[in-house]
Design a protein around this ligand. Structure first.
Ligand SMILES: [Zn+2]
Ligand SMILES: [Zn+2]
Length: 333
């Protein structure tokens, strides 16, 4: 086995490196900067070049980070390693590992739907494909992004007419920038929470086109918020920070909004189905396109997807991850 499951995470013995390790290790090859994939404390990190800025923001200024452009190959102890766009967030990559005539691809998190804030998913042929399964249930099918953004714009306009501030909760890394890039900025002013502000700035530095926004913390006390859209991380929900914005309508942009009951559970007025992960048809299409004879399934609904693949005649297994099952925490939608 080119990559094996260990208690520190996925390990390549031939190359002596880990992919998205759960514990500090010597060399960590990172698919993307989300907290469940990039953890601090490793001696050296290797990531796709477009992800360097946000990985550094997360790992700290003294972290040792090396990068490779998408598609370029490096050799770690004779094992060929390259990064290929995963379409999930800025710099997100599938890690291709080739050694002894065998090719593995670790998908990390990915989506096949278009997203103006990151490079589109690229299918990479391999023998073994390690796929995520965050939304690996047949009920998860995403509406077209244009439909979702039209609904967000309508909600924002209706709130303006009613004199209410539009507060849209979205994960700070990836989703918030995708929301910013997708809404109609001519409707009114856009303000963001500090966590979103820092990441927006890193996205812009990385060459991603975003409409202008203002950091809410810099706004004068007499600001009229009633025409504004405020983008905030889910961690700001129910905090005193929200009080200054007056009468608000709160919404949540997430793949979890696909399921009835989640809107009430998250205590928001509106839910918009917008995910940075592949939906069920997207997962199946990516797996088929990889041409892999063996599929390992990790993160999320692993049992359901692995069983479905086996029943469709494919060799498929579950691969243990630190968190499995339904995930509703920060940065996993
Ligand atoms: Zn992620
Ligand atoms: Zn993840």
């Amino acid at each position: 086995m080119l990559l094996t499951h260990t208690d520190h995470g996925l390990y390549c013995a031939a190359g002596d490196f880990f992919v998205d390790p759960w514990q500090p290790v010597g060399r960590a090859v990172i698919t993307h900067a989300h907290g469940d994939h990039a953890r601090p404390g490793s001696t050296a990190y290797l990531c796709a070049a477009p992800g360097e800025g946000i990985l550094r923001l997360r790992m700290g200024s003294d972290a040792h980070i090396e990068t490779l452009p998408y598609g370029a190959t490096t050799h770690l102890n004779g094992v060929a390693v390259s990064f290929h766009p995963a379409g999930h967030i800025l710099g997100s990559a599938q890690v291709r590992v080739e050694y002894g005539g065998e090719t593995w691809v670790v998908s990390g998190d990915y989506k096949t739907d278009p997203d103006p804030t990151c490079a589109p998913f690229e299918s990479v042929p391999c023998d073994t494909f390690i796929t995520e399964a965050t939304f690996g249930l047949p009920i998860y099918r995403w509406p077209a992004a244009e439909t979702v953004f039209a609904a967000i714009n309508d909600w924002w306009r209706a709130n303006q007419a009613a004199g209410r501030t539009s507060v849209l909760f979205a994960y700070a890394l990836g989703k918030a920038q995708r929301v910013l890039a997708g809404v109609d900025p001519s409707i009114g002013p856009i303000f963001v929470h500090g966590a979103v502000h820092r990441l927006n700035t890193a996205y812009r530095a990385g060459g991603v086109a975003l409409p202008d926004w203002s950091y809410a913390g810099d706004a004068p006390p007499n600001t009229d918020w009633s025409r504004a859209l405020l983008i905030a991380p889910t961690s700001a929900q129910g905090t005193p920070w929200l009080r200054r914005f007056g009468d608000v309508s709160a919404a949540f942009a997430s793949g979890w909004m696909r399921v009835r009951g989640q809107r009430r559970r998250r205590s928001v007025d509106r839910g918009f189905v917008l995910s940075d992960h592949a939906d069920w048809p997207g997962l199946l299409a990516a797996i088929a396109a990889s041409g892999a004879s063996r599929v390992l399934v990790t993160h999320g609904y692993t049992a359901v997807l692995a069983r479905y693949l086996r029943e469709s005649g494919r060799e498929a297994y579950e691969l243990a991850a630190p968190y499995n099952g339904e995930q509703l925490g920060e940065e996993v939608d």
